[in-house]
Design a binder for this molecule. Structure first.
Ligand code: ARG
Length: 366
């Protein structure tokens, strides 16, 4: 067989959904949309995770759309990101645009609205050829997978596996209504209990057979147990101890970039986890984000929330000059993109995407 034919055969052979780590050559992603984003109702899980500066905004505006000019500005950033990804050879798919301002209810609770379909990383966990819909702990996010269903159905028809974790009841037993603000990261009491399994996909990060996770205000031990048993012996779920006073989503704390290259948040993971002793470590430099920039749902550490296109190319926020330089010194090729106005809505390039297909196979890196 000629070389070109062999490559072609390999291409045909790759499952439509195929993702085992953060760094194999990226071929297809889902990128979120901000259209229709709604301010979710106040609840203990928001209290535990949102920046204090923003609490009043949420209390006053719940059930309403986010300010339209902020949505428009974020859409511009997304357009630039699409353009860059396509230019780099990545196929970009988008969820359905829905109005998230509509109320819904279950037996024990109701929500005045949803949230958005801006952060596919939070809701869809892609492991190998399987798409798992997360059992999310925020009531306002209960129906979030719906915006992705037409894509998921298409991937399923092309051979992907499709699973939804047990639908959580999200009744009051799940929540720790006595939650109090921690004095420091050593004394965090989670805002959720062990009543039933819950997790957000963004509390996991894949390194082949080893999948790292943090416990958080949305991911409990019951959720971890469910996922480990579901995945079986092929994968090992490994906890990362993260010193975060408001933990939700691991990807602004702990980011494997390539085999042997780990990006860490020095405040949250000051001690390199034992398994990574032989890896090169890069600590994210202090973010450049101006203090007056609105961030509804995150800290400024989303400067390290980057997307790897392969072992070298990394998409990074254009104004984050310190991390751009640090990436170059670390042997990577940064590709800058404006994304501050998207950051406003709670994440950066990693949150805004979910890998559908990377050209690679399941391996063990440890
Ligand atoms: N909780 C993190 C922080 O405030 C942000 C994580 C965002 N990640 C995501 N997948 N939405 O620093």
């Amino acid at each position: 067989m000629k070389k070109a034919e062999a490559v072609q055969e390999k291409k045909v052979g790759l499952p439509v959904v195929n993702s085992f780590n953060e760094w194999d050559l990226l071929e297809e992603v889902i990128l979120g949309v901000v259209d229709g984003a709604a301010v979710p109702p106040w609840h203990v899980v928001l209290h535990a995770t949102l920046p204090e500066k923003q609490w009043d905004f949420f209390k006053k505006n719940s059930g309403k759309p986010f300010p339209l000019e902020k949505i428009e500005a974020a859409k511009k950033d997304l357009e630039e990101f699409v353009h860059i990804l396509e230019g780099e050879g990545v196929t970009v798919r988008r969820p359905e645009v829905l109005d998230h301002c509509r109320p819904f209810a279950a037996q024990d609770w109701s929500s005045s609205c949803g949230l958005y379909a801006a952060m596919p990383r939070d809701v869809l966990l892609v492991i190998g050829d399987e798409i798992i819909e997360s059992p999310m702990a925020w009531r306002s996010r209960y129906y979030e997978p719906i915006a992705y269903r037409s894509l998921i159905k298409e991937y399923f028809k092309k051979g992907a596996r499709w699973t939804a974790a047990p639908k959580p009841q999200l009744s009051d037993e799940l929540y720790n209504y006595d939650y109090i603000e921690p004095l420091d990261a050593q004394h965090v009491e989670y805002a959720i209990t062990e009543f039933e399994p819950t997790f957000d996909a963004a509390d996991f990060i894949k390194c082949g057979k080893d999948i790292f996770y943090q416990l958080s205000h949305v991911t409990n031990e019951f959720g971890i147990q469910w996922l480990q048993r579901h995945l079986g012996d092929t994968y090992r779920l490994r906890r990362v101890e993260v010193n975060d006073t408001h933990p939700m989503h691991i990807d602004a704390s702990f980011m494997p970039l390539a085999p042997g290259k780990l990006l860490l948040n020095k405040e949250r993971v000051p001690k390199v986890p034992g398994m990574f002793k032989s890896w090169d470590i890069m600590y994210a430099p202090t973010p450049c984000m101006p203090a007056n920039h609105t961030l509804y749902m995150t800290s400024t550490w989303i400067n390290m929330n980057v997307l790897m296109l392969d072992h070298e190319r990394v998409i990074v926020e254009k104004g984050e000059e310190t991390i751009i330089k640090a990436f170059k010194d670390f042997g990577l090729k940064p590709i800058p993109c404006h994304f501050r106005n998207f950051n406003t809505f709670g994440g950066s390039f990693h949150c805004a995407t979910v890998d559908i297909r990377r050209r690679g196979a399941l391996e063990s890196y440890f």
